[in-house]
Design a protein around this ligand. Structure first.
Ligand SMILES: Cc1ncc(COP(=O)(O)O)c(C=O)c1O
Length: 204
C-alpha cells in the first residue's frame, strides 16, 4: 500500500462517518493488524447533531425511514430520527453499517463527535494551507486530524496521522459562505430528542 512505499505506518487513521463506507474503506485494511495487537487507533468522526456511534444504541433497526428494509444490528438513533439541518448532509444518517457498529461494540475502533463551527474552522485551515476545499463531511475528519496533530505537538511526540479526504466542497460553497458570515450554528442532539427518536426502534 501507499504507506509502505514511504516506509511508514499510521499511529492513527481518521475518517468521517455517515453510514460508514468511507470510514470502512480507509480503516478496515488495518483491522487485522489491530486484532493482532498492533498499536494503531482507528477513529470515526460524526457530527454532534447526529451522534450515532457516540450516543446511539446497539440494536436491531431498519436502514430506511419507512422501515421497509430487513432490520439489522447497528448503532442507531432510531430510523425515524430527523437531524437538524447541519451542512454535512452526508453525515445525517440515523444508523451505521453493521460491520462498523460491531467493531465499535468490540472496542476495535473509536468514535468522536464534533460541532459544526470548529469543523468549518478546520476546513478553512485546510483550504488555505493545501488549496483544496474539502466537503463539510470530510472536514469532520480534518478537525480531528488537526486536533491529533496539536496534541502530538503538545506532548512533543512525532505521530503519523492518516485521514480520508472523502470529497471536495465545490457544491458546498453556500455553506462556507454561511460559516464565514457567522450563520452556522453549533447544534448537539438533546437527550429528550434522542429518547423520543429511539421509540421508533422495532420490537424484535
Ligand atoms: C463527501 C462525503 N464524505 C463522507 C460521506 C459519508 O458517508 P459514508 O459514511 O457512508 O462514507 C458522504 C455522504 O454523503 C459524503 O458526501
Amino acid at each position: 500500500m501507499q504507506l509502505e512505499m514511504v516506509d511508514d505506518y499510521p499511529d492513527v487513521v481518521i475518517a468521517c462517518c455517515g453510514g460508514g463506507s468511507n470510514f470502512a474503506g480507509i480503516t478496515f485494511p488495518f483491522i487485522p493488524d489491530k486484532i493482532a495487537g498492533k498499536n494503531i487507533r482507528l477513529v470515526a468522526v460524526e457530527p454532534a447533531a447526529c451522534p450515532t456511534l457516540t450516543r446511539g444504541v446497539f440494536a436491531y433497526d431498519y436502514g430506511d425511514v419507512a422501515g421497509m428494509t430487513p432490520a439489522s444490528m447497528m448503532y442507531t438513533l432510531g430510523h425515524d430520527f430527523m437531524p437538524s439541518g447541519i451542512h454535512a448532509g452526508g453525515l445525517r444518517y440515523h444508523g451505521d453499517s453493521s460491520l462498523v457498529s460491531q467493531l465499535y461494540h468490540d472496542g476495535l475502533i473509536e468514535a468522536v463527535a464534533v460541532m459544526q463551527n470548529p469543523t468549518f474552522e478546520a476546513a478553512m485551515l485546510f483550504a488555505q494551507t493545501e488549496s483544496i476545499v474539502p466537503a463539510p463531511e470530510s472536514a469532520h475528519a480534518i478537525r480531528v486530524a488537526v486536533d491529533e496533530a496539536l496534541q502530538a505537538k503538545k506532548e512533543g511526540v512525532s505521530r503519523t496521522i492518516v485521514f480520508n479526504l472523502s470529497g471536495h466542497g465545490f457544491l458546498d460553497l453556500g455553506s462556507y459562505d454561511m460559516y464565514l458570515s457567522g450563520k452556522t450554528e453549533d447544534v448537539a442532539l438533546s437527550d429528550t430528542e434522542l429518547q423520543e427518536s429511539l421509540k421508533s426502534l422495532p420490537r424484535v
